[in-house]
Every structure is written in structure tokens, then in C-alpha cells.
Design a protein around this ligand. Structure first.
Ligand code: NDP
Length: 316
């Protein structure tokens, strides 16, 4: 039972680049946005190290610092930023109900979803150690590949993302091992063809990763052939994991149109969902690009769409 019910014009769920950009635009348009930051304030970028590809930071910036800057800019225009996690929604009526934790119920004229996605990990302790230390394990080749130029790296996964990232890495690195757990790739034929025909990509078939080595920095990976049991050590300085992402959209199931993997289906060219007044932005609706700058762009779109929706409804 909710203890507090509050009516807001614009509710933003999530605090990554999409959420903060939506907040900046919505606040400047006087929509008085309220943002709930979720379990991971600042989103995926708070777990990365240096960001070198976000325009406006010519010498690069640490991911957590960049998110502090986003937050400061949203606060400058008086976004009401709160701790709290959306646990349930009810999109039956013209006013959208969003339940925050156990005790708060928000009634919103517009909702901007910016709940993001989470990279899947193998779950090995050695993988997590280097991921959390930023010492050679990453789930984003486009973000971090540059740090490994001229070196040898490995990537796990056989889907389109892994194939695309392996070919991207192959341009920067001297050698890329692509570790595949079966004897075939899941990626589309075109992507498979590209990965298999890149001379400095070696596909390591039927193999699972046993351990990521390295004291301070990654210096190798041991893989085990699942058919023969044979162990092989790959000498690499970077270990990329590309085994899929999970969009954080569970609470919207049954309300919003989602694709077969859970991504919100937004109307192409807009942020509109199948529910009037509910807009989707960022990685929760994007399985292709997944960049901070594209998330920010769709956050901007969602705020502009919300503003137009409210104006058309005569809600001031
Ligand atoms: P996918 O789910 O398509 O592929 C995941 C890959 O990781 C599979 O090869 C899978 O192996 C492997 N994998 C999963 N878990 C493990 C594990 N624990 N250990 C080792 N390997 C594992 O994810 P993607 O991110 O590649 O793609 C997601 C969606 O986005 C797809 O629909 C894809 O087509 C789309 N996409 C499209 C792009 C484009 O059009 N340019 C670019 C990127 C993505 P297995 O096959 O054995 O299950």
C-alpha cells in the first residue's frame, strides 16, 4: 500500500545519459521533471574508466565524472533528482502510475523511460576483479578497444555484437581471439563471413573461459576445449565480453510492446511507445548502438516528444 501519492507532469525513470539529457531538456521546457535514479545512479558509465569518445571532452573524462557533470547540468535547471527504484507501473489510465520502492506512488502525465540495459558477464571472479578495477576487462569494444591498440586481445561471444566488435578490434589490435562455446557462430551470415575472413582474428571453437589472469592488469586468459578438455593459455592484455545485454524493462512487460529480447519498441523516428504519454529512450530501446552519445540523443527526443504531447493535451 503506497503511503505517498504525488502528481507530476514529467517523470523520468533512470539516471544514465538518456535520463539526464531528458531531464535537462524537460527542465528547460518547464516540465518540472522528477527523476528517480534507480539502483545504479549514473548508469553503466559509472562502472567504466576513461571515456574518450563523448564529444565535448577533448582530453577524455572518467565515466563517473562525466555522469556527475550530467547530473550537475540537470540540477542547474532544477530537476528534482531522487533516490529510488521503480518497482511497478500501471499504465491503464490517462495518468500513468509508477510505484517507487515500497512506499511512493507517482501519478505522471508523461513518463520517460531511461532504465538502460545491463551487460551480461560470465561471472568468473577473475573477470569481475578486472572489470571492477578497470584493469583490462570490458563489455564494450567501441568504448575501450582503443586502449589496447597494438596489443593482443580476446573476445567471448558468437553473436552479431561479438562479431562486429571482433572486427572493430582487429583494426586496432595485432591479434583478436574470438572464444566461441560451440562449433558455430550465432551471428548473421554476413557478420560471420566478415569475422572469419579477417586475417588477424582467430576463432577458438568449442571453448569456455576458465580464468582471466593478471595481478594488476590482465596478462592472459585460459580457455578449455569443452570437447577434449584441453586447456590453452592465450596471452592477451584485454578481455572483452560480448555475450549479450539485458534491457532493464521487466516492470513494463504486459504494458509496453517489447521485442523478443525485451527491448522497448519505440515508433521509428520518435520515442513514442504504444502507450500515449510514455516515451522510451536510451539502451532500454536500443540494442544496436548502445553508446552514451546515442542514449543522450534519444533522451533529448523523449523530452521533446513529452513536451509536444503535453502541449497538444493542453496540460500546463
Ligand atoms: P546474442 O544473444 O545474439 O549472442 C550472444 C552470444 O554470446 C552467443 O554467441 C552466445 O552463444 C554467447 N554466449 C551467451 N552466454 C555465454 C556464456 N555464458 N559463455 C560464452 N558464450 C556465451 O547477443 P548480441 O549482443 O550479439 O546480439 C543481441 C541482438 O542484437 C541480436 O538480435 C543481434 O542480431 C542484434 N544486433 C544487431 C547488430 C546489427 O544489426 N548491426 C549489431 C549487434 C547486435 P550461443 O550462440 O552458444 O548461445
Amino acid at each position: 500500500m503506497s503511503q505517498n501519492i504525488e502528481h507530476v507532469k514529467c517523470l523520468i525513470i533512470g539516471s544514465g545519459p538518456a535520463g539526464y539529457t531528458a531531464a535537462i531538456y524537460a527542465a528547460r521546457a518547464d516540465l518540472k521533471p522528477v527523476m528517480y535514479m534507480g539502483h545504479e545512479p549514473g548508469g553503466q558509465l559509472t562502472t567504466t574508466t576513461e571515456v574518450e569518445n563523448y564529444p565535448g571532452y577533448p582530453t577524455g573524462v572518467q565515466g563517473p565524472k562525466m555522469m556527475e557533470d550530467f547530473k550537475a547540468q540537470a540540477e542547474r535547471f532544477k530537476t528534482d533528482i531522487r533516490y529510488g527504484h521503480a518497482t511497478k507501473v500501471d499504465f491503464t489510465g490517462p495518468v500513468h502510475k509508477v510505484f517507487i520502492d515500497e512506499n511512493t506512488e507517482i501519478h505522471a502525465d508523461t513518463v520517460i523511460i531511461a532504465t538502460g540495459a545491463s551487460a551480461k558477464w560470465l561471472g568468473l571472479p577473475s573477470e569481475q576483479k578486472h572489470r571492477l578495477n578497470g584493469s583490462g576487462v570490458s563489455a564494450c569494444a567501441v568504448c575501450d578497444g582503443f586502449f589496447f591498440r597494438g596489443q593482443e586481445v580476446a573476445i567471448v561471444g558468437g553473436g552479431d555484437t561479438a562479431a562486429e566488435e571482433a572486427t572493430y578490434l582487429a583494426k586496432l589490435c595485432t591479434k583478436v581471439y574470438m572464444i566461441i562455446r560451440r562449433d558455430e557462430l550465432r551471428a548473421s551470415k554476413a557478420m560471420q563471413h566478415r569475422a572469419m575472413n579477417t586475417p588477424n582474428i582467430e576463432i577458438v571453437w568449442n571453448s569456455e573461459t576458465v580464468e582471466v589472469h593478471g595481478d594488476k592488469m590482465v596478462d592472459g586468459v585460459t580457455v578449455k576445449n569443452v570437447k577434449t578438455g584441453e586447456l590453452r593459455k592465450l596471452t592477451v592484455t584485454g578481455f572483452f565480453v560480448a555475450i549479450g545485454h539485458k534491457p532493464n524493462t521487466d516492470i513494463f512487460k504486459g504494458w509496453l510492446d517489447l521485442d523478443e529480447t525485451g527491448y522497448i519498441k519505440a515508433t521509428p523516428g520518435s520515442s513514442r511507445t504504444n502507450i500515449e504519454g510514455v516515451f522510451a529512450s536510451g539502451d532500454a530501446q536500443d540494442k544496436i548502438y548502445r553508446q552514451a552519445v546515442t542514449a543522450a540523443g534519444t533522451g533529448c527526443m523523449a523530452a521533446l516528444d513529452a513536451e509536444r504531447y503535453l502541449a497538444a493535451k493542453g496540460i500546463h
